[in-house]
Design a protein around this ligand. Sequence first.
Ligand code: DP6
Length: 325
Amino acid sequence: MKATAKAHTNIALIKYWGKRDESLILPTNSSLSLTLDGFYTTTTVDFQEGLMQDRFLLDDQPVEGDAYHRVTQFLNLIRRLAGREDLYANVRSINAVPTAAGLASSASGFAALAAAGTKAIGLELNDQELSRLTRQGSGSASRSIYGGFSEWQMGSEEDGSDSFAVPIASAEHWDVRVAAVVLSSRVKKVSSRAGMKRTVETSPFYPGWIDSISKDLKEIKAAIHTKDFEKTGQIAEANCLKMHATTLAADPPFTYWNDLTMRVMQTVQEMRANGIPVYFTIDAGPNVKVLYLPEHEKSVEKTLREIPGVTDVILSKPGQGISYL
Ligand code: DP6
C-alpha cells in the first residue's frame, strides 16, 4: 500500500495569521496564496502490515521529536478516516525547498504527505476533501493542493467542515514571478505557530488586522482576475506590513525582521520609484520574497543580488497543484 506525491510550497499574498481552534487548525481569517514551482516536496508513504510504528525519513535522515510527532499525528487522521488504525507507515520525504530560503516547507510537506498517505491507504478524496484534511497538518498547506492562486476560506463551522482552500486562478492564468531573497543574518526564531498564538492573545492591533481582511481579499481577487499587477502587489505588500505590525504590539513584542530585511524592503521601494513594478512580502522569518513580472526578471535579480548581506536569490514561476508519481 504505497503511493508517491509531489506538492509545491506557496507564498501568501493575503496572510493566514491566527487560529480560532488550535487542534483542528481553524483560522481567524481567510487567506490567499500563489503556489511556486521552484520549491516542492516529494513524499512516499508505504503502509505495511506488521510495522510497530511509523518511520519518517526527511532527505534520507531519520526524523524524531516534534517534527516526527506532527507527522504521526497527521497519519493518525488518515488511518482513522480509512478505518485502518492497525497500520503503520514508512514515510520518505525529499525537500526541493532550500530551507535557507525561509519558504515554509511545512506547506509542501503536509500537502505531499496528505496526498500520498490518502492514496496509499486507498482513500479517494476530491481536492476539497484533501485540502480540508491537509489543513490539519499545517494551515498554509491547505492552499498547496492547487496550482496558481488559491484561497483558504476560513469557514464558520466549529468542526472545520467548511474550512478548506479553493482554486482562484490557474498557474497558466498569469505568469507572476517571485524572487526569494536569502539573507546572511538570522533573528531568534519564533515559529509561525507560536508567533500567531501570542499575537492573537495579546496584540491590541489584532482586531484591526481581522477587520481589514475581507476588503483586501475582495480587491486582490479582482486584481488577479484582471491581471492588474500594481494593484495585486500593493495589496499584498500592505497586507504583509499589517500582519507584521500586529507582532510589534504583542506582549512580549517581537518582530521577524532584521536590518537586512529592512534593507531589501527599501531596495524594492527604490526600484519602484525608478519605474520597475516590484513588491515585497515576508512570512514568519527575516527573508523577503519579491513579486515581479517576467520582463523585469534580469534587472530585479541583479539589483537584489547587489544588496550587501544577500547570500542568494532564488527565482520561481507559478507552480502546479499536487501530482502523483
Ligand atoms: C506567516 O501554516 O506554518 O506563513 O498552521 O500552525 O502550521 P500552522 O502555521 P503555518 O503558518 C503560516 C503563516 C504565514 C502566512 C501564510 O502562509 O499564510
